[in-house]
Design a protein around this ligand. Structure first.
Ligand code: BGP
Length: 475
């Protein structure tokens, strides 16, 4: 019999401010880079935006009541920087503090542990305009200042904090694939912005340890473990290159406070390494996390890519839900992605690979030996509302059940897993895929074109997760 899930295991669910809240310009909120970006025609599926999203800003009590009905132990949400500091710095907007304070109190009143993400991609537009956001070192102190405001107001009530959500994604899609703001495609600029994000993360963690000594903090990494296509040694090199450049490039900095040598060498040789100033190493080393957050959706399989090799355009992702429309990505002379013939995929071409989650947790444990919080995992799918208003999402139950089982295996293997958050609790906006790509346990009645009535309806998976929680995953 496998070792059971810990008694205090955090069975949770996650969201992000921009994807659920709506109320994009209410109560003193400033504009974020996403508020601007979605207004550029053609950047998102059917030009959808989060102006209203699923109106969690006004309906949070109803949503928390549903969480309580389910027995949810933890709810991960993000704070919109622009509600707290409309221009990124300066005067604190009390209405913003009040909103999150009320949400936190509502959760605690229902015995739900609040897990706060500090930054889930919605940078204040004012900072983008002022100094190009992450491309300037000024972001380091401004981010720290924002974090300190949060620690001061919520540090007494919130124990678990996520610093940056998926730095590898917002930097990669914002500065290389050019499908997120600020829509840049330049690997050199990407690496410099990334270095500033590393410093901002480390500094904010050091401040946290000073101001919230009893809390726990870590960044959430979008971890898609690499597989080699074959046992051909060249494919193994490609696989190892991908580990270095796609994963350890971030994870080593977070967990060891320094860049991995082989990836650094590659960056240097190709004139991509960021400018590192004296004192940066000390900042990185002084901001190590208490746990590592993992967002797991899929694995990626790599083959050798010759120096004159080709890869698809990194921006040609499947954002329509039409299977088979995404392209291979990679770096010539390093690696490129290939289809894994053993794995099924979702309609958005994401591999479905529960064992990949076990592998992710084991690799993190053997390389860093830190506690792990699974901050996201879930299945994006088209859901059908039946005539009698049911949603029979058996595919989601199947997906999640297998992933929960994989987590259980990893715990039995020795990984120290603090909790598991599904993405997501209610349906919400998918950044580039509109409202048709659904993840929730709770259906929200809206689509790309219209708000309809935003009514919440429980899917079959709602009852399934309720049982998982009640039996502490033993079912
Ligand atoms: C992660 C993000 C989430 C969420 C999720 C699903 O990368 O942290 O915010 O969006 O992926 O992605 P998508 O909406 O593209 O299907």
């Amino acid at each position: 019999k496998r070792k059971p899930f810990p008694q205090d295991f955090l069975w949770g669910s996650a969201s992000a401010a921009y994807q659920v809240e709506g109320a994009w310009d209410l109560d003193g909120k400033g504009k974020s880079i996403w508020d601007e970006y979605v207004r550029i025609p053609g950047t998102t599926y059917k030009d959808t935006n989060g102006d209203v999203a699923v109106d969690h800003y006004h309906r949070y009590k109803e949503d928390v009541a549903l969480m309580a009905e389910m027995g949810l132990k933890a709810y991960r949400f993000s704070i919109a920087w622009t509600r707290i500091l409309p221009n990124g710095t300066g005067e604190v907007n009390q209405a913003g503090i009040q909103f999150y304070s009320d949400l936190i109190d509502e959760l605690i009143a229902h015995n739900i542990e609040p897990l706060v993400t500090i930054y889930h991609w919605d940078l204040p537009q004012a900072l983008q305009d002022k100094y190009a956001g992450w491309e300037s070192r000024q972001i380091i102190d401004d981010f720290d200042n924002y974090c300190r405001v949060l620690y001061k107001h919520f540090g007494d009530r919130v124990k678990y904090w996520v610093s940056l959500n998926e730095q590898n994604v917002f930097i990669g899609l914002g500065y290389l694939a050019a499908v997120h703001p600020p829509k840049v495609s330049d690997r050199k600029r990407m690496m410099q912005a990334n270095h500033h994000a590393n410093l901002a993360n480390a500094k904010a963690i050091a401040s946290f340890h000073e101001m919230v000594p009893n809390g726990l903090i870590g960044p959430s990494f979008a971890y898609g473990p690499a597989y080699p296509k074959s046992a051909l040694p060249a494919d193994i090199i490609a696989f190892e290159n991908a580990n270095e450049v796609e994963s350890y490039w971030w994870l080593d900095v977070y967990c060891k406070g320094k860049y991995p040598r082989i990836a650094w060498n590659f960056m240097e040789e190709n004139d991509l390494a960021p400018v590192v100033e004296p004192g940066d190493d000390a900042i990185l080393a002084a901001g190590l996390p208490d746990f590592i957050g993992v967002n797991y959706y899929q694995t990626a399989t790599y083959e050798w890519n010759p120096i004159d090799g080709i890869t698809g355009d990194a921006s040609s992702q499947n954002t329509t839900g039409k299977k088979g429309t995404s392209k291979s990505t990679g770096i010539p002379g390093m690696y490129r992605t290939v289809k894994n013939e053993f794995l099924e995929t979702t309609d958005w071409d994401w591999t479905i690979d529960p064992q990949g989650l076990r592998i992710a947790l084991r690799r993190l444990t053997s390389r860093y030996d830190l506690p792990i919080l699974i901050t996201e995992n879930g299945l994006g799918a088209f859901d059908d509302l039946t005539a009698d208003e049911q949603i029979h999402d058996t595919y989601r139950i199947d997906y999640l059940a297998k992933h929960v089982d994989a987590v259980h295996d990893a715990i039995a293997d020795g990984a120290r897993v603090l909790g598991y958050c599904t993405w997501s609790f209610t349906d919400l906006l998918s950044w580039l895929n509109g409202y048709q790509k659904r993840y929730g346990f709770v259906y929200v009645n809206r689509d790309e074109e219209s708000m309809k009535d935003l009514r919440r309806m429980k899917k079959d998976s709602f009852y399934w997760y309720k049982k998982v929680i009640a039996t502490n995953g033993e079912d």
